[in-house]
Design a protein around this ligand. Sequence first.
Ligand SMILES: CC(C)(COP(=O)(O)OP(=O)(O)OC[C@H]1O[C@@H](n2cnc3c(N)ncnc32)[C@H](O)[C@@H]1OP(=O)(O)O)[C@@H](O)C(=O)NCCC(=O)NCCS
Length: 180
Amino acid sequence: MAQSPYEGKLIRLRAKEPEDEPAFFRWINDHEVIEHLSARYPFSHAQEREWIAATAAPGYARAAFAVETLADRTLIGHCDLVGTSPEHRSATLAIMIGEKSCWDGGYGTDTMRTLCRFGFAEMNLHRIQLEVLAGNDRAKHVYEKIGFRVEGVRRDAHFRHGAYRNSIIMGLLEGELRLD
Ligand SMILES: CC(C)(COP(=O)(O)OP(=O)(O)OC[C@H]1O[C@@H](n2cnc3c(N)ncnc32)[C@H](O)[C@@H]1OP(=O)(O)O)[C@@H](O)C(=O)NCCC(=O)NCCS
C-alpha cells in the first residue's frame, strides 16, 4: 500500500481547525516556545482565529498544516511552506512543535521529514529554505540531520533581549532529504 503523503512515523499533517485555536494561542504566548522566533508582542485570541482562518486550507501558495501525533491524534504543533515560486520551484519552511513535553521526542525531526517529502513529492518543489537564529541549537541540529546545509549568515539580523543575533540561512535541494 502506498505511503500516505501526510504521515511520518510519529506524526500526521492535517488542515487546521477553528478548535485548534486554544493550543496555538497558548504556544505563541509562551516565552520558551517563541524564544528563537521573531514573535515578541502578545497575541490575542482574535489574531489567532484570523491566522487560522487565513491559513486553514492548505494550497500551493501556503501549504500550512497542523501537526498531530499518529498515536492518539494529539495536536502538538504546526508547520508550513510559504513564499512558493512556480518559476524557481522553491518555498520557505517554518515549524513549531509547541507542546514542550514533546520536545526531544523525535516529533520535530519526523515533521520536518514529512513536510519536506510533501514539498518535493506533492508540490514539485526543487528547493526548500529556512532561517534559524544562532543559538537555536536544537532546531539547527534537526535541520542538519535531515540534510539541510548552511548557505549563509545574516549578521545581527535579529534583536531580542537587548542584543543582536545572527540568522543562519539553510537550504535543502531535491534529492538531498535524508529520510533516516
Ligand atoms: C526545534 C523543534 C522543531 C525541534 O523539535 P523536537 O521535537 O524537539 O525535535 P526532535 O526530538 O526530533 O530532535 C531534537 C534533536 O535535537 C537534539 N538537541 C536537543 N537539544 C540540543 C541542543 N541544545 N543542541 C544540539 N542538539 C540538541 C536532540 O538530541 C535531538 O537530536 P537526536 O535525535 O539526533 O538525538 C522544536 O523544539 C520547536 O518547535 N521549538 C520551538 C520553536 C522553534 O524553535 N522552531 C524552529 C524555528 S527555526
